[in-house]
Write a protein that binds this ligand. Structure first.
Ligand code: ADP
Ligand code: MG
Length: 265
């Protein structure tokens, strides 16, 4: 797979009146084109900070960020590729219908035309939301809202998905299905994704590779490629395999050495 992003020795600290809060310490890793990378780590270790640096919302104090070998440290990869950012809360606007919500990106970019409208309508059909396109967000279930949030993210054709615990607000049953759906959708498009999660099961079930971060200030504790002999679309089947158990046990050990509160799943 072709190399897309490289992070070299990235460090970052927040500064406030009480002093310095180191968040990231000498982080290095690479992401290939089309890869689905999951990053797990204890709560508060610096995961969201890391995504913000990749996106260019924060500038690292030390270290370099490269996009296809090109130096982009100060402005983040947002300057060279389209990023789709998805957060824990779906941030749908209640005064807009689902259709108006998912068309927000093209509207703000002044690219709203028949083609973008048709694309979004097709996505709504593909993800079983077409019948709800004229409803308000509050009329939908949590899982449906999260799918709508994904469609809104996809409507601007991002090359890179940055997913910051996007399933955390869902109950565990919904979460399993919605996360598998969303991973399948992203895989189907051959886009690249970086998923932050504190749920080890989710990371193993969805990702091509899992990166474990230490407690704050985060450094990379371990990197593990994930391969399954069976099809990835059924999360329950994945979780029943022997490979899954091996991955889980190994990563669990690395993680529990890092935190007092155990990961979910
Ligand atoms: P995570 O996403 O892994 O839970 P974050 O990247 O959000 O962690 O935060 C890492 C650490 O930095 C946390 O301890 C948090 O309290 C601190 N932090 C985050 N944002 C700020 C900020 N704007 N100012 C000061 N400290 C911050
Ligand atoms: Mg976070």
């Amino acid at each position: 797979m072709e190399l897309l992003l490289s992070l070299h020795d990235i460090s970052y600290a927040y500064h406030n009146l009480k002093g310095e809060i180191p968040a990231l310490s000498h982080i290095s890793f690479e992401v290939s084109q089309g890869e689905f990378l999951a990053i797990v780590g204890p709560s508060g270790c610096g995961k969201s900070t890391l995504l913000s640096i990749i996106a260019g919302l924060l500038t690292p104090e030390e270290g370099d960020l490269f996009y296809r070998g090109q130096y982009v440290t100060d402005c983040g990869v947002g300057s060279v590729m389209k990023i789709g950012y998805m957060l824990q809360r779906d941030h749908l606007f209640e005064w807009r219908t689902i259709l108006q919500n998912v068309l927000l990106g093209p509207e703000l970019n002044h690219t709203l035309d028949q083609e973008s409208r048709d694309y979004v309508l097709q996505l709504l059909k593909d993800y079983d939301l077409y019948a709800f396109k004229d409803k308000k967000p509050s009329e939908l279930s949590g899982g449906m809202r999260q799918r709508a949030a994904l469609i809104r993210t996809m409507a601007v054709h991002p090359d890179l998905f940055l997913l910051d615990e996007p399933f955390s607000a869902l109950d565990s049953q919904t979460r399993l299905n919605v996360s598998a759906d969303i991973a399948q959708i992203i895989r189907g498009t051959d886009k690249t994704a970086i998923l932050i999660t504190h749920d080890l099961s989710e990371a193993i079930t969805l990702a091509d590779r899992v990166l474990v971060l230490s407690k704050r200030p985060a450094c990379v504790k371990c990197e593990m490629p994930i391969r399954f002999a069976v099809d990835r679309s059924d999360p329950l089947q994945i979780r029943g395999t022997a490979e899954y158990q091996l991955y889980f046990n190994h990563l669990w050990e690395v993680l529990t050495n890092e935190q007092s509160d155990v990961p979910t799943g």
